[in-house]
Design a protein around this ligand. Structure first.
Ligand code: BGC
Length: 807
């Protein structure tokens, strides 16, 4: 296999960074190993290593290294070949049964197996195989996969370990002198039955080099330095009262108490808390100085590597905001910094800063952001539950930082709050106390008046052109192929494109977030570009009947004898959660830079990523694409990826899915019912931060509704909040095929309609079909929508299309 120079370069840039994305949960000093030797590898993730999740986030890289490949390549002798062969046989049988069951269910539900099985996770099969491979070191690689279209389940083989997994893991721990449990997962697994294992590592899903990255780490060529961005604990520890996976309405009754904000506020200990992660070495984190310059807080800390190995540490700063008019979680992440690689005994000084303004809370009664008076207690440490108080900032008066307007109708519940807030603990005797000087600070107020500049190019367009610009470019009805986002006519396998009108060029869009999703091979003829082979993910192809396979096969144009076959291999980068687990925004920027380089190479203008929805529940099937349960982490990592991509001329990102898209169950028709405070503080905050920091050029609305209104049709959300409050000045587009009737048949809420989407200032209905064109034409004729609105939307597309095409 011959890699192209750019692939090699991208892999070389990524490889040393991957250990930063892995989280070491437990260690007893048996690892790293002194050198390669005999090793017994067990578990479903050895050969069936997962490089990333399924669905639109799947990246067609040229190849990827399994754990088995990685260890072989590193010079190990794998002694467990018989176990691996036997497991393969059991697994393949289970897959056949699983597909059969999906087909049967599809028949019962009168739907297509591809829709029924979209993202469905096959629970791990049970097995009983001898664990007697030679050697004194064993590794069990436990893999889980999930994806678009389905949520995870609190069942054995998904969130829970199967009986076979528990038995094998515990037996291996006894049988071998050294044992490591490796988690090749995109989300949480309940580890409570195997906590006695002394070495546990979250490998995560790291793209192309997942296998070799693990081998590097086990051999001590690299050291783990990731920290959790989501609380990992027993299933029953997660708040049982939260509504999730409802068919019509999902009530976000937990309000702002998401993730560690919930656990810490009720004083519940998680097995592995937010921000937690070990290293091969040990660190001493020391507070040095607290200073205040108006609202800017600076904490200086010192980190010393006190152990016997090199490594990196992440220092985290949390703040307990005083409860007053508004209730508050025990603490909120305010800032963090990661050290460079420290040698033994080496010390590094870190400077952490944040603005107190960013800790303001949303007071729905006043429609304003407020910073309440009282003591703000600062906690410094290397995980959310391992901190020391390092200072107290006293705010003498309540400050209204920003006046806005409420836009959301109130849900039919009041947000949950802890009966008694877990008290602030000042763990040090003497902490610096500073008083904040509020003099001269003014309340920011937002103007909701907008004057849209229209482009001369858009002014000359006739009604039909304007309509075509408001709808993505489409050929004919592409059926199932279009559903999975493969509608571009210019770049093979890209998810879609805008319509080329007059001298306005098209914008080509391709999925992410774990790299670029494109067809690997294609050819060009007089009708355009054509993918070679199916671009449908394998998981979906397996659910087609032989007749459908043949039909799909026949639909695909065949290259002529003289056709030139071209290639577009993209690099699979780590999944979103893994990138964030590095707590290193520079790493994310490098990932963005790699994607941007490949976008330039293949002619893609908009990457349909990063995805920054919040890990609200561990059950969400797409959590692996998202960064964290914390909005600050989400916003910072989205901004870093954005900067990396947008550094490339002609390339930009599409942040998604705006907003409160936190489950896959009935995703086209489900309404997230949420209070305005929780929406703004938890679910919108990361988007705002990314927009302010990195100016992403596009944004995708979500499938879900928000308190009964489709986000794609929500004018107040898109105009008032997104554009006026957050200052977003790019393109807004819908998620794919949101308007299809068959997806909302029998649903409580009707599907979005093109003219309502356009009226909301959502510029682009994707991927586009004749149905939306007709809808807009009729709406224009009957006066339901004005030419001015279509022109305003079209102007934004024209501006971005001209800019990214270098015109
Ligand atoms: C997903 C989006 C994706 C789009 C295009 C949708 O099904 O929700 O995240 O970008 O397809 O493939």
């Amino acid at each position: 296999m011959e890699l192209q120079k750019y692939e090699k370069e991208h892999m070389d840039r990524l490889r040393p960074l991957l250990p930063e994305c892995m989280v070491l949960l437990k260690k007893n000093g048996d690892f790293p190993l002194a050198g390669p030797g005999k090793i017994a590898l067990y578990g479903n993730g050895v050969r069936r290593t997962v490089k990333g999740g399924t669905g639109s986030g799947e990246v067609n890289s040229r190849f990827f290294e399994t754990v088995e490949d990685g260890f072989r390549e590193a010079g190990f002798t794998i002694t467990s070949g018989t176990w691996l062969d036997e497991y393969d046989r059991i697994y393949e049988e289970a897959v056949r049964d699983f597909h059969e069951a999906i087909r049967r269910r599809a028949q019962e539900h009168h739907t297509h197996p591809v829709m029924e099985g979209m993202g469905a996770v096959m629970p791990e099969p049970e097995y009983d195989l001898a664990l007697d491979a030679e050697g004194d070191t064993a590794i069990y690689v436990l893999a889980r996969i999930s994806g678009e279209g389905s949520d995870r389940t609190a069942k054995a083989g998904d969130i829970f370990l199967t009986e076979s997994e528990k038995r094998a893991i515990l037996e291996l721990k006894e049988r071998y002198r050294r044992f490591l449990l490796v988690l090749n997962v995109g989300g949480v697994v309940d580890l409570s039955p195997v906590l006695e294992v002394e070495n546990i590592l979250i490998l995560s899903q790291l793209g192309v080099q997942t296998g070799s990255a693990l081998a590097d780490l086990v051999l001590g060529k690299t050291c783990p330095s990731g920290k959790l961005t989501t609380t990992w604990t027993r299933w029953e520890d997660y708040p049982g009262f939260i509504s999730f996976g409802e068919k019509d309405d999902t009530r976000y009754e937990e309000g702002i108490y998401v993730g560690y904000r919930y656990f810490d506020s009720i004083g519940k200990k998680a097995l592995f808390p937010f921000g937690y992660g070990l290293s091969y070495t040990e660190f001493d984190v020391r507070f040095r100085l607290l200073s205040l310059d108006k609202m800017t807080v600076t904490v200086t800390a010192e980190v010393e590597n006190t152990g016997a190995f090199r490594g990196k540490e992440v220092v985290q700063l949390y703040v307990s905001v005083p409860a007053g008019k508004l209730d508050q979680p025990y603490q909120t992440l305010a800032a963090w910094k990661k050290t460079g690689e420290l040698e033994q005994k080496e010390t590094e000084k870190l400077v952490l800063t944040f603005s107190l303004m960013d800790l303001a809370s949303y007071d729905t009664e006043q429609a304003a952001w407020i910073l309440e008076k009282g003591d703000y207690i600062l906690h410094l440490g290397n995980s959310s539950r391992d901190t020391k108080t390092c200072g107290v900032l006293s705010v003498p008066d309540t400050l209204v930082t920003k006046c806005v307007k409420n836009f959301l109708s109130a849900p039919d519940f009041t947000d949950w709050r802890p009966e008694k807030r877990y008290g602030h603990q000042i763990t040090e005797d003497h902490v610096s106390r500073l008083t904040v000087d509020l003099s001269g600070l003014e309340t920011e107020s937002i103007s909701y008046e907008r004057t849209e500049s229209t482009l001369p190019e858009a002014a000359g367009l006739d009604a039909e052109d304007l309509i075509r610009l408001n709808v993505g470019a489409f050929l004919a009805d592409v059926g199932v192929a279009g559903i999975i986002g493969n509608s571009s006519m210019s770049v093979a396998g890209a998810a879609g494109e805008t319509t080329q009108v007059g001298n306005i060029p098209a914008l080509i869009m391709a999925d992410g977030p774990a790299g670029l999703r494109l067809s690997q091979k294609y050819f060009i003829d007089e009708n355009g570009v054509h993918s070679l082979g199916s671009t449908m993910p394998e998981t979906m192809q397996n659910l087609l009947t032989p007749k459908e396979c043949m039909y799909m096969e026949n639909m695909v144009p065949k290259p002529g004898d003289d056709s030139e076959i071209r290639e577009q291999y993209a690099t699979a980068i780590p999944i979103g959660t893994a990138v964030a687990q590095s707590w290193n925004p520079e790493l994310a920027e490098i990932c963005g830079d790699i994607v941007g380089d490949e976008m330039e190479r293949f002619g893609v203008h908009l990457w349909l990523a990063p995805a920054l929805n919040i890990h609200r529940s561990v059950l969400c099937g797409r959590n692996y694409e998202y960064f964290s349960e914390d909005p600050l982490i989400s916003g910072v990592f989205a901004a870093a990826l954005t900067k990396g991509v947008q550094r490339h001329p002609g390339c930009a990102v599409t942040i998604k899915h705006f907003a409160a898209n936190n489950q896959e169950t009935n995703r086209y028709n489900n309404s997230s019912m949420v209070s305005e405070r929780a929406l703004r503080e938890i679910y919108l905050k990361g988007f705002e931060l990314c927009i302010r920091e990195a100016r992403p050029k596009a944004l995708m609305t979500s499938y879900n509704l928000l308190n009964g209104i489709h986000t794609s049709e929500y004018r107040e959300l898109l105009q008032d909040v997104l554009r006026c409050e957050f200052g977003f000045d790019g393109i807004v587009m819908t998620d794919w095929v949101t308007g299809s009737d068959f997806l909302s048949a029998g649903a409580k809420y009707p599907a979005p309609e093109a003219y309502k989407v356009a009226l909301a200032g959502n510029d682009l209905f994707m991927p586009g079909s004749q149905r939306e064109v007709v809808n807009l034409r009729e709406a224009l004729e009957s006066g339901k929508i004005s030419r001015e609105q279509l022109m305003e939307n079209a102007a934004r597309i024209c501006r971005t299309a001209l800019e990214l095409n270098g015109a």
